[in-house]
Write a protein that binds this ligand. Structure first.
Ligand SMILES: [Zn+2]
Length: 135
């Protein structure tokens, strides 16, 4: 078996935590990682990612309890605008979020500013409409 073919077989296991794979798979993975620098580096990357995610998880506040029901209710109301969710493995999703957390934070910041501006505009329009007629 050439290196590329072997690497492809082990790729899904590289992102798994040690306790997420059975003993046989873990032994084969350890053997492969022992001889393959590319997979060893990738495995180390996932390991660091798991560490930083568990640190972040321990540090950050819990989301509001009604966040998921609220998002699901809104998604149901606006179903045609919802991007279909692919069955992305949690670890892969976590990696994407980790890699893009600055962009996500910026987008969230812009959305908050836009919502604030829209609210201020709405209040202005409402105040204008409800004000007694001048003259
Ligand atoms: Zn490999």
């Amino acid at each position: 078996m050439n290196t590329t073919e072997a690497c492809r077989d082990f790729t899904p296991y590289l992102m798994a935590a040690p306790d997420e794979v059975d003993d046989l798979a873990a032994a084969r993975l350890a053997e492969h990682i022992g001889t393959c620098t590319a997979c060893r580096a990738e495995s180390a990357q996932y390991s660091r990612l798991r560490d930083s995610l568990s640190l972040a998880g321990a540090r950050e506040a819990e989301p509001p309890a009604d966040l998921v029901p609220a998002v699901l209710a809104r998604a149901t109301r606006e179903r045609r605008h919802v991007i279909p969710m692919l069955p992305v493995p949690q670890v892969e999703l976590a990696r994407v979020i980790q890699d893009n957390r600055e962009v996500i934070a910026q987008v969230a910041g812009v959305a908050i500013v836009a919502a604030g501006a829209a609210w201020a505009l709405w209040r202005g329009v409402r105040a204008y409409r409800t004000a007694p007629a001048r003259g």
